[in-house]
Design a protein around this ligand. Structure first.
Ligand code: HPA
Length: 273
């Protein structure tokens, strides 16, 4: 693994964070405020952590918040960097490698996505079971060493998916399952691209998450991911996505999404050390 996350580790230690919790959650659109619900929290701005992204998307704060939710210590990544912001698909690499090297074991990624299944009314929640990388980019391009050949056969951990479904039942939240297709953005897809995506087997389209999954699997983390469907994808059921619509529907789902996350956190157990 690369060592260029040393600066971030030093900075976290200055904040008293010698280790990080086993469970980390990347908070996507609409979920940022969840980090404010953590008790006894230590929050560090990404700008203080060398190599962490500085998000430019409104509503993405850019802080690592470590605190207790449901009595369990979790690492909440409040905001992410996107490929479309900087042209670097590895923009989350230092954040993910730092998490792993300080004790992280499991990364739960959340995002907003366009829905291809017209039965999923926005803002539905969907556990991602697999992905299609349609961006042409990969965060490991140019990386030396054999660990760049990351197997992605069970990238989305089946046990974690099962835990998500149990958490959904306990919190009385409907949770679908689907395949997420990564488009680079930042423009939304065309209706023709969405027809192609459907033909290829996608249920969701979005502009994040996939590079993080690849980086996290390379780091040896267990991965799960949940999308909130903020809109019908372009051309479907009148779908004509806009940034404002995605932000609005992500906010509408926030309470249900938070209940799901809380139930997941309650049932999560770190590996015995
Ligand atoms: N396309 C891509 N990304 C998205 C969408 C979409 O329709 N909705 C939310 N994020």
């Amino acid at each position: 693994m690369d060592q260029d996350f040393g600066g971030a580790i030093v900075a976290l230690k200055k904040h008293g964070l010698e280790t990080l919790p086993s469970l980390g959650i990347v908070l996507g659109s609409g979920l940022g405020p969840f980090a404010d619900e953590a008790a006894d929290a230590v929050a560090v701005a990404y700008s203080e952590l060398p190599g962490f992204p500085v998000p430019s998307v409104e509503g993405h704060a850019g802080r690592l918040v470590v605190g207790a939710v449901e009595g369990k210590r979790v690492a909440l990544f409040q905001g992410r960097g996107h490929y479309y912001e900087c042209g670097d698909a590895g923009v989350m690499r230092v954040a993910i490698d730092t998490f792993k090297s300080l004790g992280g074991e499991t990364l739960l990624l959340t995002n907003a996505a366009g829905g291809l299944n017209t039965e999923w009314r926005p803002p539905s929640l969907v556990a991602i079971t697999d992905h299609i990388n349609f961006s042409g980019a990969n965060p490991l391009i140019g990386h030396p060493g054999a660990d760049r050949f990351v197997p992605l056969t069970r990238a989305y951990d089946p046990d974690l998916i099962e835990m998500l479904h149990r958490a959904a039942r306990t919190s009385n939240v409907e949770l679908h399952e689907g395949v997420y297709m990564w488009f680079s953005g930042p423009s939304f897809e065309t209706p023709a691209e969405i027809r192609a995506a459907r033909t290829l087997g996608a249920d969701l389209v979005g502009m994040s998450t996939v590079p993080e999954v690849i980086l996290a699997r390379r780091a040896g983390l267990r991965v799960a991911a949940v999308s909130v469907v903020t809109n019908y994808a372009a051309g479907l059921a009148g779908g004509d996505p806009s940034h404002d619509e995605t932000q609005e529907y992500a906010r509408l789902a926030a309470d249900r999404f938070k209940s799901l996350l809380r139930a997941f956190i309650r049932s999560y157990e770190a590996k015995p050390s």
